[in-house]
Each structure stands twice: as C-alpha cells, then as structure tokens.
Write a protein of this length. Sequence first.
Length: 149
Amino acid sequence: MSVRLLHFPALFGFFEHPYEEGSVNTSRNILIVDDNADQCDILANLVAEIGHKAYTATDGQMALQMFQERKIDLVITDIKMPRMDGMTLLERIRQRDPDVRVIVITGFPSSETILRTIENDGYTYLVKPVKLKSMANLIEKAFSDPLEG
C-alpha cells in the first residue's frame, strides 16, 4: 500500500492530504491548522501513516471554513496565526460542534491560553516541539476516549 499526497496550490490556503491507495475508508478526518506549512505537512504525513485523512489550513479563518464544509473528527491547531488565532478558532468550533476534539499546540505557552483552552473544552494543550510518536498516540487516544457529557 502506498501513501499519496495531494497538494492543491497554496493560493487556496488549504490542502487536502493523503489517502492510502487500495484501503477501505474507515479513517477519521483530521484538520491541522498552523501558519507554518512545513509543520502542517509533517503532521499531515503522520496522520496518513496512522490511517487517517488530513486536511490542513494555514490560518484559523481558512480552518473554520473547512470545518463548516467537511465532517471533521479532530482538530489540531497552533495558537499564533494570522487572520484568526487558534484560541478564537477553538471558540468558534465549540459554537458549531461541542463534541469535536481540539488539540491546541503552541511554541508560546501562557497561563491565559491554557485557561482559555480549558474553558472551551480543548482536548489537550501541548507545548512545541511535540514528538511525533507522542502525537500519534494522542490522536488515537482522542478517538478512544469517551465523550464527557
């Protein structure tokens, strides 16, 4: 089985990533949001390796548009981004879907963003750099944890 990446022009601001050829589509849709396209690609490749489909966006506004247009099962978002930051994105996602899991990652942790993540029911808060094996385990754990009522 080979993994093929599909890249759309950066002009659109978001990219649809990989699928495994010949596989049965039992994967989850994961939206990765980071203004660093290289970070998006690294996480998108990880998501594909563990059998899920990745969508990427380079800012919160593009991510929110994708979230509204697709069935997204998990969001992984950076905080500091142009146009709409990750905290605002989390709040807006929460208004639209109180159950979707959102993992917040940042290179600039602060007590304010930790508190906002908790207040908006973020699944977890991670500080960069994040080890890929840890991220893969966390993604799988997010899907196996029961939703709190």
